[in-house]
Design a protein around this ligand. Sequence first.
Ligand code: NI
Length: 136
Amino acid sequence: MKAAVVRKEHFNAAHRLHNKKWSDEQNQRIFGKCNNPNYHGHNYELLVKLVGEVDPDTGYLFDMKLLSDIIKEEVITPFDHRNLNLDLAEFKTLNPTAENIAYVIWHKLRNRIDEKFDLKITLYETERNIVEYPAD
Ligand code: NI
């Protein structure tokens, strides 16, 4: 039997969207408030979805305590209450948009979760702005 499980987590973090190749005017025009030189914060909601076969012996798709621990180690501990631009090596050269944050999270978790499970990240940057990775 195939099923999906979803673990919901939360972190807050600061960021600044900026492209060094562009002038200040162009950065301001493209990124608006998110280009604020002194950074700003978001309350990110993270959904981690696994799809796969339910183990007939346990009745579980995946141990949710283990999933929670993996997300904590890979994402919550390093990201929560941090400045994504300044504190995380991943975003030294990668603009910390919700798209890129979801992409980084997917790779970190993909290394820890068996390939037999499909993995999908949904990241809420705000209540109304939501990114999914991969796209389908
Ligand atoms: Ni922002």
